[in-house]
Design a binder for this molecule. Structure first.
Ligand SMILES: *Cc1c(COP(=O)(O)O)cnc(C)c1O
Length: 457
């Protein structure tokens, strides 16, 4: 199809929205390794997980054989408020780069939470409500997940307790207030409200907090309160499952116009947006039906895929969650405070880790000043102020398009634009003032936290 026939934005009708999530694990010959109980070293049972997570979500977490899982009507109804999200042909960016490449991005920032996280938040809140729970607890780093969850909980009239990484709580007061507007309670983490928080504060009184630490507090709060369960916004396989609406919509839209991406790029924190975007494409790849180059982009300051090890590790600093086999920097790894955006998690989705280990996808890391440079370039031509996290994908997509300019290749590049950056203006200010710096951990630093991985035979 000629370039002119592709609209700037490809929308789908309500009828074309996916009615099922796609479980990519069903098509993986070698499955991700099972979650282990840290006390016994044995695979966790549904019963054990049920003490922490909602029953239906436990089922989804442990299901690596059912390829398609129905999206309940109530969730579909909520999705229709803000989905489909547009698939945009980045004509303006192509022109600015003077590249023969064709660039597309799937924009997930068109909802109040400002990111893709709402896709899973609404599903998790729905299953919690259906189970008759009073409420849920969670952690949030940059704040998008907490915001999404508070929106979802208010929709289903559930109580929502958010432990927010201390540095974000202080740097992003407006995120905090959005959450409170939707009825959530927000506690800076580490806090004195949990035993694990007290312990971490005793050891590291000046800590900025970390996701791993906030997770431990949220899990403790859930397991010590009647009628509460813990929910998580990334990393887990259930979250990747919910996020496949991104990829399924993208695939439907591209198929409509006969577009086949050569390269698919996404930023990777815990791996949920990337896992969701690539899922149907990876499915084709796993079934031998098509081939795609798939690239995870992570910050050079928190490089779990590119510099981590593939091993069982704790998902949280307090070591209360099940052990997961993943690419990890060690659960004690604390990214430098001068790293602005999200994508601070020490590990990676077990699904993406396994796919990466099998060589089915690639990974690259980028430094934050280059990321903001790409963000600014994108904002100026495409009109959207991107989230710093999303801008990692923009940076890699621009690099790929510039390579095409050198070689003359007309590659089709697809990337995930996960959200908007309105709550990240301190980081943009640092960049605009020329005060942003890059931080890359030394091998010694990484070795230190990697040395503390649990010993599993
Ligand atoms: C949370 C978040 C990410 C990273 O999380 P993943 O689970 O890796 O997708 C990326 N972009 C935005 C805007 C986010 O809020």
């Amino acid at each position: 199809m000629s370039k002119e026939n592709i609209p700037y934005k490809i929308y789908l009708s309500e009828d074309e929205l996916p009615k099922q999530w796609y479980n990519v694990r069903a098509d993986m010959k070698k499955k991700p390794a099972p979650l282990l109980n840290p006390a016994t070293g044995k695979p966790v049972t549904a019963k054990e997980l049920g003490a922490v997570f909602c029953d239906e979500l436990v089922k989804q977490e442990l299901d690596d054989t059912t390829p398609y899982i129905d999206i309940p009507e109530e969730i579909l109804g909520f999705y229709k408020m803000y989905r489909p999200s547009p698939l945009v042909r980045a004509y303006c960016l192509e022109k600015a780069l003077d590249t023969p490449a064709k660039i597309y991005y799937k924009f997930e920032g068109n909802n109040t939470s400002g990111s893709h996280k709402l896709n899973s938040a609404i599903a998790q809140a729905y299953y919690a409500k259906k189970q008759g729970l009073k409420g849920v607890t969670t952690e949030t780093g940059a704040g998008q997940w907490g915001t999404a969850l508070s929106m979802a909980c208010s929709y289903f009239d559930l109580d929502c307790k958010v432990y927010m990484v201390k540095v974000s709580y202080e740097q992003k007061p407006f995120r905090r207030e959005v959450m409170r507007t939707y009825g959530a309670s927000v506690t800076p983490s580490p806090s004195m409200t949990t035993e694990v928080g007290k312990k971490i504060l005793a050891e590291f009184p000046d800590t900025n907090g970390s996701l791993g630490c906030a997770i431990s507090e949220a899990v403790e709060a859930a397991t010590t309160s009647e009628g509460y369960r813990y929910v998580l916004g990334s990393v887990l396989s259930q979250v990747l499952l919910h996020q496949t609406v991104i990829g399924l919509e993208t695939k439907t839209a591209m198929d409509k116009y006969g577009i086949k991406p050569d390269v698919i790029i996404g930023c990777a924190g815990g791996g949920s947006n990337l896992g969701g975007l690539i899922a149907p494409f990876m499915g084709e790849k796993l079934r031998g039906e098509a081939n795609y180059k798939i690239v995870a982009v992570e910050p050079a300051s928190c490089p779990s895929l590119t510099r981590g090890v593939y091993a069982y590790d704790f998902c949280d600093t307090g070591k209360v969650c099940p052990l997961q086999k993943m690419y990890t920097l060690g659960s004690g790894f604390m990214p430098s405070a001068n790293h602005a955006g999200g994508l601070r998690y020490h590990g990676m989705s077990s699904i993406l880790s396994e796919l990466y280990d099998q060589g089915l996808m690639e990974a690259t890391s980028v430094e934050q000043t280059a990321v903001f440079e790409a963000a600014q370039k994108f904002a100026r031509v495409e009109g959207i102020l991107p989230a710093p996290e999303s801008s990692h994908a923009i940076k890699a997509a621009i690099d790929e398009a510039l390579k095409c300019k050198e070689t003359g290749e007309e590659k089709t590049i697809l990337f995930g634009l996960t959200g908007t950056g309105y709550f990240d203006m301190y980081a943009y200010a640092a960049y605009n003032d020329g005060k942003m710096s890059d931080y890359i951990p030394t091998d010694e630093e990484l070795q230190k936290s990697i040395a503390n991985l649990p010993k599993i035979d």
